[in-house]
Ligand binder design. Structure first.
Ligand SMILES: O=C(O)CCC(=O)C(=O)O
Ligand SMILES: [Fe+2]
Length: 227
C-alpha cells in the first residue's frame, strides 16, 4: 500500500492468467467501458448499482463506520483520513452485490476480501497508494499465506458528490469523478503479472458534500481472513 522505491514484486504466470481472463471477460461485456490509457487496464460501468441499492449500502456504512486504517505501519495518520467499515458479507444485500461483482469479473467470490465501505467528509482523502502488496514490506509473509497478491480492485461510488472526491491515477493520467452507482474496476498487475506501479491512485479530498464508496480487493487465491 505504500510508495517505496524498488521493484514491488516479480512477474507471475498465475497473476498474468487472471489478468488476461478478467480483461477478456470485461472486453466482451457491453456494460463495461475501457478507460483511455495504455499504462493500466481500467474499466468503468455507469449505473452498475441503482439508487435503492446505493442508499442501502450508505445506511450500512453510516451505522458501522470508524476511522480508516492502513496496512503499512507508516505511522502517518494524514495519509488516509476517511472512515471505513467491513460490510457484513452475510447481509443479503451485501451478499448479492458481492456475488454480482465476482461474477462480473469472473473471479471466484472466495478470492475477494470482505467488501469495505468508506466515507469521506469534506477535507478527507486517501493519499496516492497502490492496492497491491509490496512484497518487500514486513506484512507480505502474512498476506502471501492468506490469499497472496491483490490482483483486481472493484469500487463503486454510492452517491454524487457536490465537489471533489475524484479517484485520480496520476501516472496513468485518469481522473474519475464520483457518480452514484458507477463501478470502476482495474487490474493492479501489469501484463506479465507483476505489480503495476502505474496503478498508483488517490481518493482526492472531498471539497463539498460527502463521498461514500464500497471497495472490493480480489486476491490471486482464496482469501483467508486474518485473526
Ligand atoms: O476513494 C477513492 O476514490 C479511492 C479509494 C481507494 O483507493 C481504496 O479504497 O483503495
Ligand atoms: Fe486504493
Amino acid at each position: 500500500m505504500t510508495t517505496r522505491i524498488g521493484p514491488p514484486g516479480h512477474p507471475s504466470p498465475v497473476r498474468r492468467f487472471i489478468g488476461e481472463q478478467v480483461q477478456a471477460r470485461l472486453d466482451a461485456d457491453p456494460r463495461m467501458e475501457r478507460l483511455p490509457t495504455d499504462l493500466a487496464v481500467v474499466y468503468r460501468c455507469r449505473n452498475y448499482l441503482d439508487a435503492a441499492q446505493c442508499k442501502q449500502l450508505v445506511a450500512m456504512i453510516d451505522a458501522d463506520r470508524r476511522p480508516s486504517t492502513l496496512l503499512s505501519d507508516r505511522g502517518d495518520t494524514a495519509f488516509r483520513t476517511s472512515e471505513s467499515c467491513d460490510m457484513d458479507r452475510w447481509a443479503p444485500a451485501v451478499r448479492a452485490i458481492d456475488e454480482g461483482i465476482a461474477g462480473l469479473l469472473g473471479i471466484a467470490p472466495e478470492n475477494a476480501e470482505t467488501m469495505q465501505g468508506q466515507r469521506y467528509a469534506v477535507g478527507q482523502h486517501f493519499r496516492p497508494h497502490h492496492d497491491y502488496f509490496h512484497e518487500n514490506e514486513s506484512y507480505w509473509p502474512v498476506m502471501k499465506a492468506s490469499g497472496g497478491q491483490r490482483t483486481w480492485t472493484a469500487m463503486i461510488y454510492l452517491n454524487d458528490v457536490e465537489e471533489g472526491g475524484a479517484t485520480w491515477f496520476p501516472q496513468a493520467g485518469l481522473r474519475v469523478a464520483p457518480q452514484r452507482g458507477l463501478l470502476l474496476a482495474w487490474n493492479n498487475m501489469a501484463a506479465d503479472g507483476s505489480p503495476n506501479p502505474a496503478t498508483l491512485h488517490e481518493g482526492s479530498a472531498v471539497t463539498e458534500g460527502v463521498k461514500y464508496i464500497v471497495t472490493k480487493w480480489f486476491r490471486e487465491a482464496p482469501w483467508v481472513a486474518a485473526g
